[in-house]
Design a protein around this ligand. Structure first.
Ligand code: VG1
Ligand code: CO
Length: 542
């Protein structure tokens, strides 16, 4: 075991919405990754009796990082380290493995939906023993520790390549190289009726799944091709590549434009879906129909009876604050509680652990349930397929029937990505200082009922999280929300969220950009966003 000294501590290892995310080059800097791992291990207790899961989404630097982490774990006498073959493990599969193996936690090497490769991004996420992302108390502790570290311990021993299964003993640490796929697909098989889905898909209901050259390719092939017996070409971009083949593995209409074109313009398939780099996000498309992720959560909640894993009912639901209230309408009808949390999956952990909720989701293409403690892209895809197989209808019919029953929450998110930090902070600061005066004033033809910076008290441990996003709520319950992203690595990303409810008697077939126009225009008039950013349109519109 060597103790490596470094000249001056790193002061910038503050985890964001979901782990520490930096450019790949930053993570290639000498000692940078090692120090962060040392800080993580110092934040965990009882390493000597513990199991740790380590895997990643296969992006540039994945295997090298896993090697270093295993060597640092050996130096810290971690009892057992579990690594998947080829180092590939999706975020939801990691969450499941942590729970199944009673591990103390897991380290996921991923910058999720950010591009990969030497010019892209890299990241490290820590999940704790419940399988979910580490809460702020722990990430703050890690950040503090990282700023003080001037050395770390490592055992620079030759490790096997991670291409074969096996068990190895190094000093007091056991290294297990396992199959990262089977446990996860078995879990899916317990929740869903694979036969019903595959029969449906073989009878004239065509599927295309886009893995975006990222981690879900092998999982999707295992489930759709090997288990369900569908033709291999139902999975596109199915081989994980270090740079995702140049794709930006963020499943939305801008970055998954090829898939969007196949479904929305060419109408070549009945159903299309995509996942992000680490497999926790999902986009759902039908022929000629895009499903807004907020609506997806509402549809999932309204249709639990179609899915074997949830037939016995659900205890409650939760959504992040910027997610539309579509799911609230369903929860009210089902007479179950609906919680509103800050952005980021870590806020769902306590609610799931205490069985206050069964399902949860975010507007950012994330949906999940109590089967793991992460959002789960393939789970959402299978859920949708099961509902469609049970109802035998198209995605657009399902959406229309849903809106006819519950009304439609027109919703859109506008992202201004990687704009100059000072501009983003200026816009955010301007709105912050206007909040007090906006209350009672008119906005988009309505009175402003609430104008505040969202803060959250966790109902389980009473911890408080402040400054979680600026919001205006109007007297018709329309909402406008402004946040700064906590996952970007270049400049700053400004997110604007717009929501307006139409009841079933109103027009349910508008383009959301038209339905929301008064809100969009008035926010721009208030904050001068297009002028200050010098952008006529946002980078991404969802
Ligand atoms: C974004 C999303 C948020 C999500 C987070 C992590 O955060 O808005 O809803 O939980 O990414 O997703 P932000 O701070 O950039 O808005 V992932 O797929 O990166 O783990
Ligand atoms: Co992700």
């Amino acid at each position: 075991v060597s103790v490596i000294n470094i000249n001056s501590p790193f002061l910038d290892q503050k985890p964001g919405t979901s782990g520490l995310r930096k450019s790949t080059l930053k993570f290639q800097e000498e000692h940078y990754l090692e120090v962060f791992i040392e800080a993580i291990l110092q934040s965990l207790e009882d390493l000597k009796d513990s199991t740790l899961v380590v895997g990643g989404d296969g992006r540039y630097g994945n295997i090298e990082a896993i090697e270093k982490i295993v060597q640092i774990c050996i130096a810290h006498k971690v009892q057992k380290v579990i690594v998947p073959k080829f180092g590939l493990l999706s975020t939801p599969a990691t969450s499941h493995l942590i729970r199944k193996e009673n591990a103390i936690g897991g380290i996921i090497l991923s910058a999720s939906h950010n591009p990969g490769g030497i010019d892209g991004d890299f990241g490290v996420k820590l999940n704790i023993s419940n399988g979910g992302p580490a809460p702020e108390i722990i990430t703050n502790k890690i950040f503090k520790a990282s700023q003080l570290l001037t050395s770390y311990k490592i055992c620079k021993i030759q490790l096997p390549d991670f291409c074969q299964y096996g068990t190895y003993l190094y000093d007091e640490t056991t290294l297990e190289i396992i199959d990262g796929l089977t446990d996860y697909s078995n879990l899916m098989e317990k929740i869903f009726d694979f036969d019903q889905i595959s029969d449906f898909l073989k009878k004239d209901y065509s599927l295309i799944f886009d893995a975006m050259n990222a981690v879900t390719g092998p999982y999707a092939k295992n489930i759709f091709v090997e288990k369900m017996g569908l033709a291999p070409d139902c999975v596109m971009n199915g081989n994980p590549l270090k740079d995702f083949g140049g794709l930006h593995p963020d499943p939305n209409l801008t970055y998954a434009s090829h898939l969007a074109d196949l479904l929305l313009n060419k109408k070549s398939y009945s159903f299309g879906a995509a996942c992000d780099g680490d497999g926790d996000r999902n986009m759902i498309l039908g022929s000629g129909c895009f499903v807004n992720p907020s609506d997806s959560l509402a549809v999932i909640t309204a249709n639990t009876k179609c899915v074997p894993g949830y037939k016995d009912g659900i205890t409650g639901v939760a959504r992040s604050m910027p997610t539309s209230s579509a799911v609230d309408n369903v929860a009210r009808a089902l007479n179950i509680p609906c919680f509103e949390t800050p952005t980021g999956w870590k806020f769902f952990g306590n609610l799931l652990d205490s069985n206050l909720i069964t399902l949860c989701g975010e507007e950012s293409f994330g949906t999940g349930s109590n089967h793991v403690r992460e959002k789960d892209g393939l789970w959402a895809v299978l859920y949708w397929l099961q509902v469609l197989a049970e109802k035998k209808c198209s995605v657009s019919d399902l959406m229309h029937n849903h809106w006819t029953q519950f009304g439609r929450n027109y919703y859109s998110r506008h992202d201004y990505e990687a704009i100059p930090s000072n501009i983003a902070h200026q816009i955010f600061g301007n709105l912050t200082s206007m909040l007090e005066n906006l209350k009672g004033n008119s906005f988009a033809g309505h009175l402003v009922k609430v104008a505040d910076n969202f803060s959250y008290i966790d109902p389980v441990d009473n911890s408080i999280s402040e400054n979680q996003g600026l919001r205006l709520v109007l007297d018709d319950n329309s909402r406008v929300i402004v946040r700064l992203s906590g996952t970007g690595t270049k400049g700053a990303t400004l997110r604007l969220y717009f929501e307006k409810f139409f009841d079933p008697q109103q027009n349910l077939s508008l383009n959301p950009q038209i339905a929301l126009k008064p809100l969009i225009n008035d926010l721009d008039a208030l904050l001068n966003i297009s002028k200050l950013t010098q952008m006529e349109t946002p980078t991404v519109i969802t």
